[in-house]
Design a protein around this ligand. Structure first.
Ligand code: ZN
Length: 191
């Protein structure tokens, strides 16, 4: 029993001794923490060359205020443009995770050259439109003929029936007037 007295925490003396030891440890840790804080604060205060490449010095941050957004915009434009510069921009973005804004490498790769693709698609669409125009110009008679046909169709379905109905109504009305029947009945019969 006496052999374990030095670490005995069941007696008042033992507990006091332990508290003293713990307080010493605490003091040591606190000074350790102060030293650490001091060193990181010093490191942060160290001026750095701005990450955007403007060549100016920051007060310890990676970028001068606003230069990170500008840098990010420039890199994304390069990614959209594609090519080796776009590849380099992806590498640069991945090296600065704060500029990614949550974007993954896969998403960046998807954007790579997207502007060029959009331009290509636009060119293709315009070429298609020009081709369609040229095709329409090469056989304008067919189109004009179609338009005339349509008019004729309209006339064919409208005018004769109107004329026919008009004639029938006039005929019937005439007949019924001859027989002394009311005009409206004659019209209904004719229709
Ligand atoms: Zn800068």
């Amino acid at each position: 029993m006496n052999e374990t007295a030095t670490t005995d925490t069941t007696t008042v003396e033992g507990i006091r001794a332990e508290i003293e030891a713990l307080q010493e440890q605490l003091t040591a840790k606190k000074s350790e923490l102060r030293a650490l804080r001091g060193s990181t604060a010093k490191a942060k205060a160290e001026p750095k060359t701005c990450g955007c490449g403007c060549g100016e010095l920051t007060r310890g941050g990676d970028f001068l205020p606003g230069h990170d957004a500008r840098f990010r915009g420039r890199l994304l434009t390069a990614v959209d443009a594609g090519g080796p510069e776009g590849e380099a921009a992806i590498t640069a973005l991945l090296a600065r995770p704060t500029l990614l804004h949550g974007a993954t490498e896969a998403e960046l790769r998807e954007r790579l050259g997207s502007e060029q693709r959009q331009r290509d698609a636009k060119v293709a669409r315009e070429a298609e439109r020009r081709q369609a125009k040229t095709a329409a110009k090469s056989k304008p008679r067919a189109k004009k003929g179609g338009r005339v046909d349509r008019t004729e169709q309209q006339q064919g379905t409208r005018s004769p029936s109107v004329a026919k109905n008009g004639a029938a109504i006039r005929n019937a009305a005439q007949q019924h007037t001859d027989h002394g029947a009311p005009r409206s009945e004659g019209i209904d019969a004719a229709l």
